[in-house]
Design a protein around this ligand. Structure first.
Ligand SMILES: Nc1ncnc2c1ncn2[C@@H]1O[C@H](COP(=O)(O)OP(=O)(O)OP(=O)(O)O)[C@@H](O)[C@H]1O
Ligand SMILES: [Mg+2]
Length: 379
């Protein structure tokens, strides 16, 4: 066990790291953050922020030597960095989970090989093979760069064959990546996610499934409890637990799911870290995703994930700042609402600047209140 009072190193300095630290501080842990460019949202609440490039070996070594365990809030960490660090201190969730989840092709191959339900896909490594892949999958489909995608970045949806005529242009538009995945576009009836926390001894807890609303490929809202049947809920939780075990995760794994018209769940992707769709758990659950992550990597027992009340989380993207800082008055005046701001500085469109959480007696009225608050912020 890594006892309270010890120091946890976090790779990545965004809002996920910030909320991990805020949760871990309550348990008495100290935090160092490694982020190439500062000042960062997590560094502001950490004991120490290291700003150095991932190829700065001396900085990486110094970082590892000063902490007791290392974890991450961002999975796109180069494999060499993990090698360097893990020779000095344990890096969790572990090499296998990271290696697979940071690359869409490996992720899909893993799901297929494990017999888990995933979206039909093809790969491509050039404009010519892209054309073949797109026509093999059919329309609509979506092209995604195999590595470094987040918040819908590095994605192009194609609705009809004429949009795939100029694959040279599409390839250029995607930044000439080494590899892309072409996925069938799923006409789903809803999107959901389950976050499973797992410890080295294999013990696990799954947070209540969230129902997620995306706008322009970016998460807009999470609704908990998800409005699904008990069997869908159980199936989603079972998938997340299975994946956590197969990847031998120590920490969190978030599994994003589509619910097909047939009633089957299809896995969209996985993230081996806290997830935006789990932010509701800060107020919604007795133990949040962030605290469970800290408990998993320090080998403390898990807390209860019981949901207190119906909860809705809504993201605050930089677009809302277009005419200056939004007026928070109504949100702050609602006694059943909590505002979270990440102190990230410049509010660019699409940038995650904060979120708010609304709680209520039943999910429909809670969702209505959350939507009203969001509309007010936009006006
Ligand atoms: N094959 C698909 N069928 C239907 N919708 C899709 C498909 N792929 C992506 N989407 C939509 O785009 C969203 C973002 O896609 P995806 O999860 O692959 O992106 P990402 O860039 O990894 O985003 P994030 O890191 O925010 O999860 C999905 O949640 C979904 O709404
Ligand atoms: Mg996603």
């Amino acid at each position: 066990m890594i006892a309270p009072g010890s120091t946890i190193g976090i790779l990545g300095g965004g809002q996920l790291g910030r909320m991990l630290i805020l949760a871990g501080r309550a348990l008495g842990y100290r935090f160092h953050v490694f982020e190439p460019k500062g000042p960062c949202a997590a560094g502001m609440v950490a004991d120490r922020e290291v700003n150095a490039d991932y190829d700065d070996e001396a900085a990486l070594r110094g970082f590892a030597e000063a902490v007791d365990v290392i974890t991450l809030e961002f999975e796109n960490i180069p494999a060499e960095v993990i090698e360097t660090l893990s020779a000095i201190k344990p890096v969790l969730p572990g090499k296998q989970a990271l290696h697979i989840c940071q690359h869409r092709q490996r992720e899909k191959d893993f799901l297929k090989a494990s017999g888990l339900p995933c979206v039909p896909f093809e790969y491509a490594e050039s404009p010519t093979s892209l054309k073949n892949a797109v026509h093999a999958i059919g329309f609509p489909c979506v092209i995604k760069t195999a590595a470094f995608g987040y918040d819908g970045k590095g994605q192009i949806k194609l609705n009809a064959p004429h949009e795939a005529e100029d694959c040279d242009y599409l390839w250029e538009f995607l930044g000439e990546p080494p590899r892309v995945v072409v996925e069938k576009w799923i006409h789903h009836v809803g999107e959901f996610s389950v976050i499973c926390a797992r410890k080295a001894d294999g013990s696990k807890v799954t947070l209540p499934m969230a129902e997620n609303i995306h706008v322009d490929h970016i998460l807009h809202a999470s609704i908990v409890p998800a409005r699904v049947t008990d069997s869908t809920r159980a199936a989603g939780e079972a998938l997340a637990r299975q994946i956590a075990d197969r990847l031998e995760v120590v920490g969190l794994i978030a599994v994003e799911l589509f619910l097909a018209e047939s009633g089957d769940l299809i896995i969209n992707e996985m993230a081996p870290r806290p997830h935006n769709s789990g932010h509701y758990s800060i107020e919604g659950c007795f133990t949040s995703q962030f605290e469970q992550h800290i408990r998993a990597v320090t080998d403390l027992p898990f807390g209860s994930v019981a949901l207190h009340r119906p909860t809705v989380m809504i993201n605050l993207l930089g677009d809302l700042w277009e005419q200056g800082t939004p007026d928070w008055a109504a949100l702050l005046a609602d006694p059943q609402c909590k505002l979270h701001l990440y102190d990230k500085g410049a509010a660019r469109p699409g940038r995650k600047m904060g979120h708010f959480t609304v709680m209520g007696d039943d999910i429909e009225s809670t969702l209505e209140r959350a939507n009203q608050h969001f509309e007010l912020l936009q006006s």
